[in-house]
Ligand binder design. Structure first.
Ligand code: GBH
Length: 487
């Protein structure tokens, strides 16, 4: 013993490493991949929510069943010319009836979490007033089935399907009253499901449904508002989030809640300190009406100055509600929205345009940039000190053609996933508190204005039979979850 010890110390001296150096070297050897590993990659934490995501209007169908009211998307999708091929979501993938089978698909992937959305017009067909018991019962059945299968439910309260009655009678998000109605609905759902759903997301992608639904008019309700009216819609939406946060916590004290936003993700073109700082400032400014005001509790001076007389009108009490502390933040990450460089000129950063040949996935908007899944979470932590982060959506559309054997070998989606997940792993390893990842989507579904033309699923849906078929990417995701690292 003694002589071994002496030998070791002698050898140590010879290496010049010293004891701490040796410990570090030993740790490095232990952490480095074994030679037998087919592709070495670093592990994800053992405790992690691996999930998939869907949204009510995109998957449920059964639009006239069990007392469901109409939503603005029913009206919009039945308006000729709004949706590719004039498709609608009356049946979608019929998850309303097939949810048991679909929970089985989640289980087959090895996922332990599922993010779904609750259809407001199923719960309150008129948007407010008396609740529809059959609507709430559906979500109770779904949640119980998930829990029986070891899958944690993460419920989103609004994924764009506003009750049509509120649009027609109260001008939808243009009215402040909608924020109150949303909070009442959120509180009611939390009171009914809060014993079994422990994570609620308030609104999905405020940026998208406000800017595209009320600015360009491309999404429902298809409005093109003036700058001033648009600012007021933005304000009502973040107010709805804040009031809902309070209502949820009041109705179900044990549950956690936060937003699920597609942050405008400004990525440093080169990761040097000056460009990183510029990217952070750009991210803060570009999210001024959404994440920034929600997480800081006030509009930035830059935003108020820029909007001038068109800026939103607000009260102190509203700002306090908007800034209600969140338990976590969900971010939908598909791409770098901008590559950024520092600049000597105001505002201190420059947004670089995408080049003409920058690679894209199947959707025309979908630039590829795997580093988005590193910078998104890092910005949330470094800009706003968010302590619990969920990737509420990440994924891509792909061609997804069946081959002669009926297989869907979506190597492009696997390529996408592999590289985005490697970046998420790096963020986690650096101590950025990403606690879960939800792939968009579990299966192909109604992709809004693209209808059924663009497929985002891990499972392929044969729209003639509604059969679900796992794609290569489903196998990939299952193996990654099983191994706890990217393969
Ligand atoms: C998400 O939006 C949605 O939350 C989800 O429902 C959807 O199915 C999924 O992603 C896939 O699209 O098409 O050029 O007119 C992703 C972010 C922002 C992308 C708005 C499409 C419209 C631009 N979306 N954008 S365009």
């Amino acid at each position: 013993m003694e002589s071994n010890r002496r030998k070791l110390l002698k050898a140590l001296g010879a290496t010049g490493l010293g004891l701490s150096g040796l410990v570090k070297a030993a740790e490095a050897i232990a952490a480095s991949p074994k030679e037998a590993d087919p592709q070495p990659s670093r592990p994800f934490p053992g405790e992690f929510y691996w999930g998939t995501a869907t949204a009510a209007f995109q998957v449920e169908g059964a639009v006239n069943e069990d007392g469901r009211g109409k939503s603005i998307w029913d009206i919009f999708s039945h308006t000729p010319g709004k949706i590719k091929n004039n498709w609608n979501a009356d049946v979608a993938v019929d998850m309303y009836h097939r949810y048991r089978e679909d929970v089985g698909l989640m289980k087959a992937l090895g996922t332990n979490a599922y993010r779904f959305s609750i259809s407001w017009p199923r719960i309150f067909p008129e948007g407010k007033g008396s609740p529809n018991q059959k609507g709430i019962d559906f979500y109770k059945r779904l949640v119980d089935t998930l829990l029986e299968n070891g899958i944690q439910p993460f419920a989103t309260l609004y994924h764009w399907d506003l009750p049509q009655a509120l649009q027609a009678r109260e001008k939808g998000w243009q009215s402040r009253s909608i924020a109150e109605h949303f909070a009442a609905y959120a509180g009611y759902v939390a009171s009914q499901l809060g014993d079994r759903v422990k994570h609620f997301f308030t609104l999905n992608e405020m940026f998208t449904f406000v800017e595209w639904g009320h600015g360009t008019g491309l999404l429902a309700p298809g409005l093109k508002l003036s700058r001033k009216d648009l600012n007021q819609v933005r304000h009502h939406v973040v107010l709805a989030h804040g009031l809902a946060m309070q209502a949820i916590k009041a109705a179900a004290p044990g549950v956690k809640a936060g937003p699920a936003e597609n942050m405008v993700n400004a990525v440093p073109a080169i990761a040097t300190p000056e460009h990183i700082k510029a990217a952070q400032e750009a991210t803060r400014q570009l999210n001024a009406g959404y994440l920034t005001v929600m997480l800081e509790g006030q509009y930035t001076n830059e935003f108020l100055e820029k909007e001038g007389k068109d800026a939103p009108r607000f009260t102190e009490a509203e700002m306090k509600a908007i800034g209600t502390p969140v338990d976590f933040a969900g971010i939908n990450v598909y791409m770098p929205n901008h590559y950024v460089m520092a600049s000597d000129a105001k505002p201190g950063y420059e947004l670089l345009p995408f080049t003409k040949v920058h690679p894209k996935m199947a959707s025309s908007w979908h630039y590829v940039g795997p580093e988005a899944l590193y910078w998104g979470p890092r910005h949330m932590k470094e800009i706003w000190g968010v302590k619990e982060i969920y990737i509420t959506e990440n994924g891509c559309g792909a061609a997804d053609e069946q081959d002669k054997e009926g297989r869907i070998c979506d190597t492009d989606r696997v390529m996408f996933l592999r590289n985005y997940l490697l970046n998420m792993q790096q963020a986690i390893e650096e101590g950025i508190p990403v606690k879960g990842y939800f792939h968009w989507s579990l299966m192909d579904n109604f992709e809004w204005v693209s209808g059924y033309a663009t497929r985002f699923g891990l499972y392929y849906v044969d729209y003639k039979t509604l059969q679900r078929i796992p794609k290569l990417s489903a196998d990939f995701y299952r193996e990654v979850i099983k191994a706890g690292r990217v393969l």
